[in-house]
Design a protein around this ligand. Structure first.
Ligand SMILES: Nc1ncnc2c1ncn2[C@@H]1O[C@H](COP(=O)(O)OP(=O)(O)OP(=O)(O)O)[C@@H](O)[C@H]1O
Ligand SMILES: [Mg+2]
Length: 386
């Protein structure tokens, strides 16, 4: 049961019963997981972590969900160690251990191995160890094992290109070897960015093409209103009409739960009775705040970090043009504007970068043309770029 009143907690851990909506999507994910592994993509702060934790908390009886945040993993051996610890934790309830992995460790070291911290000499054997660890998990379980791995792209970034390629390939071969095991990858950087940078290093494999790629959208209109209303009540914020204010906030935040939580806190701090004018003013203050409470500079920085020198001016100019347009623009109109700038004259490059911007959730393409995907990001971009 979702509590009638919720406290705002932007970016913090919230309990699964405070996660609003998502039920339909979660049940679709379980269905997909009956068939294959899953790669969850979404814009930052959309609620990926909340969702997979809710999946872990409410998994069907025939599934064993194992959640882990991999952000701090720095080497393939540390990854094996993390998985091994999870496996032993889940197996110990059954009074079992990761038997195959321990046998392999004993064989490598030449003496009985019983610790938890993997010794450095095991490092060259990490692939076999990882495979055995997953084998132990699968064999010890009557339930279908679902490995819910958060921040996979961070881990891949941490371990270096060569190891990242090998981890992706090893995981793919484990999925083939143990067709019953399921993996769910997610994270705040798109995995496509990591794979693109590996491809620049000569990587040619398609390590996730057996996984189902799914998108996590913002909350539905109804759920976003519902969340906002509960937060207004929970934070004791006075309004002229609570449902009218909830709808205005939810819509201005494009249904993105993180921004909804955040705006509620700001409104609470203002201490005034909330109406449409106060909502608009508070949003603008938040977007302009140099302390960047909504972490909006991410949208600008991602272009510097993940678009190459040739692509970057295209991305910036395209977004500048779309930010000031009141309606969607067809490619020809867009390119006509782009051509006014000397550094963006190449039509094919414009098309390529439009696709990248689409994949990074800045824009969408409809039959009427291209436009910003989220009005909030458009507003931010306009303010940022003057
Ligand atoms: N369904 C939801 N109901 C209520 N609040 C939510 C929901 N989803 C997310 N939130 C709020 O948004 C915040 C961010 O969510 P979460 O950490 O799950 O996003 P994320 O997509 O994993 O972010 P990142 O890209 O930074 O990893 C949470 O701390 C919570 O306050
Ligand atoms: Mg997250």
């Amino acid at each position: 049961m979702v509590p009638q009143k919720l406290r705002a907690n932007p970016g913090g851990q919230i309990s699964p019963d405070e996660v609003i909506g998502r039920d339909q999507l979660i049940s679709e994910f379980w269905e997909i997981l009956d068939r294959q592994s899953l790669m969850l993509n979404a814009e930052r702060r959309m609620g990926k972590t909340c969702m997979i934790k809710k999946m872990q908390a409410e998994a069907p009886k025939d599934k064993l969900p194992v959640y882990h945040d991999l952000e701090k993993v720095r080497s393939p051996l540390e990854f094996v160690e993390t998985v091994l610890q999870d496996v032993e934790e889940y197996s110990s309830g059954l009074r079992r251990t990761a038997r195959r992995t321990r046998q392999l460790l004993t064989q490598i070291s030449g003496a009985e191995f019983s610790g938890f911290k993997l010794p450095e000499f095991a490092a060259p054997h990490w692939k076999r160890l990882l495979t055995e660890t997953i084998a132990d998990l699968v064999e010890n379980q009557e339930r279908k094992v679902i490995l819910l791995w958060d921040e996979v792209p961070y881990m891949l970034g941490n371990v270096g290109n060569q190891a990242a390629m090998e981890i992706l390939d090893t995981l793919r071969s484990i999925r083939q070897m143990y067709p019953d095991v399921r993996m769910v990858f997610t994270g705040s950087i798109g995995l496509h960015h990591v794979i693109a940078s590996l491809k620049k290093e000569g990587y040619t494999n398609e390590p996730t093409n057996d996984m189902y790629a799914a998108d996590i959208p913002p909350l539905s209109y109804v759920d976003a209103n519902d969340l906002t209303h509960r937060l207004l009540l929970g934070e004791n914020i006075s309004t002229t009409d609570s449902w009218v204010s909830a709808a205005a906030i939810a819509q201005a935040m494009d249904g993105i739960p993180f921004y909804i939580h955040h705006l509620i806190i700001k409104l609470k701090m203002r201490g005034k009775k909330v109406d449409a004018a106060i909502i608009t003013k508070t949003i603008e203050d938040c977007l302009l705040d140099p302390l960047n409470p909504w972490k909006m500079d991410h949208y600008r920085e991602r272009i510097d970090n993940y678009y190459n020198d040739e692509q970057r001016p295209y991305a910036l100019n395209l977004l500048d043009v779309l930010a000031v347009s009141n309606e969607p623009l067809l490619f020809d109109e867009l390119f006509h504007n782009l051509k006014q700038e000397p550094e963006t004259q190449n039509k094919e490059m414009a098309r390529t970068v439009l696709r990248l911007l689409e994949r990074d959730y800045y824009i969408i393409r409809q039959s009427e043309g291209y436009c910003f995907r989220y009005s909030l990001i458009k507003r931010y971009w306009k303010l940022l770029r003057g």
